[in-house]
Design a protein around this ligand. Structure first.
Ligand code: PGA
Length: 309
């Protein structure tokens, strides 16, 4: 491996990610034969094939997978080195990769506003997805920090809870239960219900609660988006259970209201998480500390402005 160049590793990483010499060449502004020659030389240095071609697509061999993981480690360490040098120069600079649960998208961007103003050199990329996918990305170490709404159970992680995420029953303002108080949970039996997709933490929490209380709702619709569910509830298709934060901007004045049902809200908390043993970059460490200090204050102020106080 001593003859391998940094450039070859870069070309390899892009080729592996794009699954084709042609697409890698496009991304790197090189010609296709240049990419292919670089990969030939790299394969020779490794001594084992790195790719196998099936149809038009390239797949990684076991040796290719190992090399890709090694390249990703090297590039990540170099990025961290860049950030450390910037930090030594008195600057906070670099990329922050966050992966947040769907419900946290109502809050995290508001926190990022003041954070990015304070550190203009930090570039943020935010992936928003459901519980299962957040855990999958955490296992694959794709991001710097993860925000799920329950602590991962079987993964070795550093984790702290930073905000409540109560799940409430939503209905349209015209729903027959809208004016009632202290509604027994059994009264949800047979109600038309709009459910999140499987893999969603909200769905898991709702199913567990309904199972404990033998509640059988009438599943009208399954939707993979909190916003679409809100619209379906407003349109009178049924009731649903979502995070109260999903109502953050419309507050209590909109078409969708919360029902006062026993056993609700289901209490959950957003956590900020990263794998134990992962060395956080300066930028990720800065955001981690921000969440525990100023971030909490920003959230408290936001909650005061919204109906959430
Ligand atoms: P999810 O979110 O349903 O998108 O997985 C879970 C939660 O915030 O509780």
């Amino acid at each position: 491996m001593k003859q391998v160049t940094f450039h070859q590793l870069k070309v390899f990483e892009v080729t592996a990610r794009r699954g084709s010499f042609t697409r890698a060449a496009e991304e790197l502004f090189l010609t296709q034969p240049t990419v292919s020659i670089q990969m030939k030389q790299l394969t020779k240095a490794v001594g084992l094939p790195l790719f196998e071609q099936v149809g038009k697509r390239l797949f990684l061999t076991d040796a290719g997978q190992e090399l890709l993981a090694t390249c990703q480690d090297i590039f990540e360490r170099l990025d961290q080195f860049d950030m450390t040098i910037a930090d030594l120069q008195g600057l906070k600079k670099g990329q922050l990769r966050l992966c947040v649960i769907s419900t946290a998208k109502y809050v995290i961007p508001r926190l990022l506003g003041p954070f990015c103003r304070q550190y203009p050199g930090i570039e943020v990329s935010l992936s928003v997805t459901n519980h299962e996918q957040v855990l999958e990305r955490l296992r694959e170490n794709l991001d710097d920090l993860y925000i799920p709404s329950q602590a991962p159970e079987h993964l070795d992680v550093n984790c702290f809870a930073f905000m409540d995420n109560p799940l409430v029953v939503l209905a349209s303002r015209q729903h027959p239960l809208a004016q009632k108080v202290n509604i027994p949970i059994a009264q949800l039996n047979g109600e038309d219900f709009i459910m999140r997709e499987s893999g969603s933490g909200t769905r898991q929490a709702v199913e567990q609660l309904f199972e404990r209380h033998n509640v059988a709702v009438n599943m009208r619709l399954e939707l993979g988006s909190n916003e679409a569910i809100k619209q379906a509830v407003a349109g009178g298709l049924g009731i649903s259970v979502l995070s109260r934060h999903c109502l953050a901007l419309e507050g209590f004045s909109g078409q969708v209201i919360t029902l006062d049902v026993e056993e609700f809200p289901i209490r959950r908390h957003w956590h900020v998480v990263y794998p134990k043993g992962k060395q956080l970059s300066v930028v990720a460490q800065t955001f981690f500390e921000y969440l525990q200090t100023q971030g909490k204050q920003v959230l408290a102020e936001t909650a005061n402005q919204d109906y959430l106080a």
